[in-house]
Design a binder for this molecule. Structure first.
Ligand code: SAM
Length: 208
């Protein structure tokens, strides 16, 4: 992939961003399906997908919560647009809302969501523990955070992804760093999942 395209993944912009988001909807599908297989979702759950990108996970969750509601949030205007296009009819039905905004200042009240999901986005968050505290704030008591990343912070990954890490200033967390950041942000019952022969990691944790 050329550098211009790689850099766009941090905050997709313009035509290039739009194309990249379409590509990510496809290229992240196997990872997302694997990740979601670890989740139990109630049919009336209220879910927020942070860093919703092209909106494919918003669509997936909307199909899983016929009596609930799904919100997608992304600080990129193009991501918010693409997610809105993909979920157009559910938005018209009032089952989905897409909002442009930052994880650092979520435009929601305390205790709003049963589940907040974060696919391939924590690499870019400006202040991981503080941003996790913000997620914690909008979760209902006993609500869950779910993080799903295709890259875990290990030496061979740092080596393999050297160029992307430099270009995008990626923060790739190890299993231990993810666990301790979640605990520091006030979460409990942290469970991690690893897929064999890959660098994929999923983490689920609960608000106290
Ligand atoms: C690599 S894309 C992943 C998109 C989608 N979740 C997926 O799995 O295909 C990362 C997304 O996170 C968004 N993002 C990065 N930092 C963010 C922040 N601080 N607040 C909200 N969204 C953010 C980007 O704009 C981008 O759409």
């Amino acid at each position: 992939m050329d550098k211009e395209v790689i850099v766009n993944a941090r905050k997709p912009e313009g035509e290039l961003g739009s194309k990249l988001l379409e590509r990510m909807n496809e290229s992240h599908e196997k990872l997302a399906q694997w990740g979601v297989s670890h989740l139990t979702v109630g049919i009336d759950d209220v879910i927020l997908d942070v860093g919703c990108g092209g909106g494919v996970n918003v669509k997936r969750f909307n199909e899983m919560v016929p009596n609930g509601k799904v919100y997608g949030l992304d600080y990129s205007e193009v991501s918010a647009e693409k997610s809105s296009q993909l979920n157009e009819s559910a938005i018209k039905d009032g089952a989905v809302e897409i909002i442009q905004g930052s994880v650092s200042k979520l435009p929601f009240g305390n205790d709003t969501f049963n589940l907040v999901t974060c696919f391939e986005t924590t690499y870019f968050w400006p202040n991981f523990v503080e941003d996790l505290k913000e997620v914690n704030r909008v979760l209902k008591p006993k609500g869950m955070i779910f993080i799903c990343n295709e890259a875990v912070g290990e030496e061979h990954v740092f080596e393999k992804m050297k160029e992307e890490i430099e270009l995008l200033d990626l923060k790739i967390y190890s299993e231990e760093e993810l666990k301790s950041a979640l605990i520091d942000a006030g979460f409990t019952d942290v469970v991690t999942f690893r897929k064999e022969n890959t660098d994929w990691i999923s983490v689920i944790a609960s608000k106290k």
